[in-house]
Design a protein around this ligand. Structure first.
Ligand SMILES: [Zn+2]
Length: 194
């Protein structure tokens, strides 16, 4: 008897780590159709940064994920290389986390406060959380600053991972927010931690 296909909460075990793939998150499908859990995806995300844009001939902005082009074997190989890859980035920058700014938006924050500076960009590697003390390297000069808010870039994306209020290596952020007198951030600047 043919099994009735119905939407399940649990999509079965992840072929990499064996944990159940829960339907509440965005589920990454590899080139050969294999589904991999978000934890495993996050481990190699630094090597395959996620972005959003328009695919050829399409009007809608959508998720452009280079991981979807990998086979399961290629995914496994990337898992092995990821720790060394991150170590190299740490050595290169001499930091534990780096964010690259692509664009800036400013919003008023009341009469007595410095305006909100919202820095759109990408986490090159490492983690950023709300409240973190970081350094904004503007034109080569580091200035101390504190992260007021973080929001991930997403386009009507399914799953709670889109609502993550944390910056993680390889993920674009809609904004990393600051509000501080005399703070200047421009596209191309780096925001670093540790
Ligand atoms: Zn997994």
């Amino acid at each position: 008897m043919a099994e009735k296909k119905k939407k399940r909460f649990d999509n079965g075990p992840c072929p990499i780590c064996g944990r159940a793939i829960i339907n509440l998150n965005y589920i990454t499908k590899l080139a050969d159709g294999t589904e991999v859990c978000p934890d495993c995806v996050n481990k190699i995300r630094v090597m395959y940064p996620l972005s959003y844009g328009r695919k050829k001939g399409k009007k809608k902005t959508e998720r452009l994920d280079p991981i979807e082009a990998l086979t399961l074997d290629e995914f496994r190989a990337a898992m092995e290389k990821a720790p060394e890859y991150i170590e190299k980035l740490r050595a290169k920058y001499g930091r534990n986390a780096v964010y690259k700014v692509d664009g800036i938006s400013m919003y008023p924050h009341g009469w007595f406060h410095a305006p909100y500076i919202c820095a759109k960009g990408r986490v090159v590697f490492g983690f950023f959380d709300i409240g973190d003390e970081v350094e904004v390297i503007h034109l080569g000069v580091p200035v101390r600053a504190k992260i007021v808010d973080i929001a991930r870039e997403y386009v009507n994306e399914k799953g709670c991972d889109a609502w993550f209020r944390r910056g993680e290596g390889g993920y674009p952020l809609k904004w990393m927010v600051f509000s501080q007198k005399d703070l200047v951030i421009s596209p191309g600047d780096l925001i670093v931690k540790g």
